[in-house]
Design a protein around this ligand. Structure first.
Ligand SMILES: Cc1ncc(COP(=O)(O)O)c(C=O)c1O
Length: 295
């Protein structure tokens, strides 16, 4: 296992360790991955995502050497990769000598479903597993870990050595102390309760104030998807809500390609809002949706 400075550096190091790779990435997905891949000497290839996760048929039709996926909880759609899809993805990697980069960015937060086993456990020679403390402690800490297939340990460790030698040792020692003392586990249990409560409060408030909006992707993580009622334009809703002090992100902001029609969705994060403030925020959201519908 290699400790590095966040998932972002993990992606950079893995790309550097492969010879000028084509790296497939989920579309929609976390912004900025394409720039990280380009800076590390690779090329990105967007692959679509549906309700079963990343589309392996689209991957198989391309020429990617590696793919970055969020199989346990897609970001931002919130879907878990279907069992058949997981199998096909592993077969794609094993059959072609390709690499899967498993971004398990919020594994600690599951509410209504059992945690899914990591892909890495099923194919350790073809999967680089990346975990991060960005959701459990703070994105400011810049601490993550990569469990690598054996053939990549040398090249990725070399890339890390050339890049910044090592991630902050003091922070690593502090994290080790937290884990050994049991404090980290207690912290995670407390966070799970806290975020579940926020999630439940948000679902109840949306049900009350926007009953015709459809919620998906709420079973895990720190965000959910909201499909707006009628023809509301998510960007227009976000602009109006911003003037009312509410920050919202349209799903299209996370897309690399032009949006598909009918995808009027907002990504609602609840990692950074107190439960007590959620009902008022939902009312502001309703006001913005109503105002956007009037234009
Ligand atoms: C999909 C996804 N992957 C990874 C991360 C974490 O990236 P990093 O470890 O570089 O902060 C995030 C955000 O926290 C994310 O949303």
């Amino acid at each position: 296992m290699l400790i590095c400075s966040g998932f972002t550096q993990a992606l950079s190091l893995i790309t550097q360790a492969l010879p000028r790779p084509v790296v497939a990435i989920e579309d929609p997905g976390l912004p900025g991955r394409e720039a990280v891949i380009a800076a590390a000497g690779g090329t990105h290839l967007p692959i679509p995502v549906d309700t079963e996760g990343a589309r392996v048929d689209a991957l198989a039709a391309g020429h990617a050497h590696a793919v970055v996926v969020t199989p346990a909880h897609h970001f931002p759609l919130g879907v878990a990769m279907a069992p058949g899809r997981r199998e096909r993805l592993l077969a794609w990697a094993a059959g072609n000598g390709r690499l899967i980069v498993e971004d398990d960015y919020d594994a600690e937060f599951r509410y209504d479903r059992q945690p899914l086993g990591a892909l890495h456990g099923l194919a350790p020679d073809h999967v680089a597993y990346v975990g991060t403390t960005s959701k459990t402690l703070s994105p400011a800490l810049r601490l993550a870990w990569i469990v690598l297939p054996p053939h990549l340990v040398g090249p990725v460790c070399d890339a890390k050595q050339h890049h910044d030698v090592a991630s902050g040792i003091v922070e690593q020692l502090a994290l080790a102390r937290l884990i050994e003392s049991g404090v980290y586990e207690r912290h995670l249990r407390r966070l799970r309760r806290l975020y579940r409560h926020r999630r439940d409060t948000l679902l109840a408030a949306l049900h009350r104030h926007l009953p015709s909006a459809r919620v998906t992707g709420a079973a895990a993580g720190l965000h959910l998807m909201l499909a707006l009622p009628g023809n509301a334009d998510p960007q227009r809703v976000a602009d109006i809500a911003a003037r009312d002090g509410l920050a919202l992100t349209p799903l299209d902001r996370y897309r690399l390609h032009a949006p598909a029609p009918g995808g009027a969705q907002l990504v609602l994060g609840y990692g950074n809002i107190a439960a007590a403030a959620i009902p008022e925020a939902a009312q502001r959201l309703r006001r913005a949706v109503v105002a956007a519908g009037r234009d």
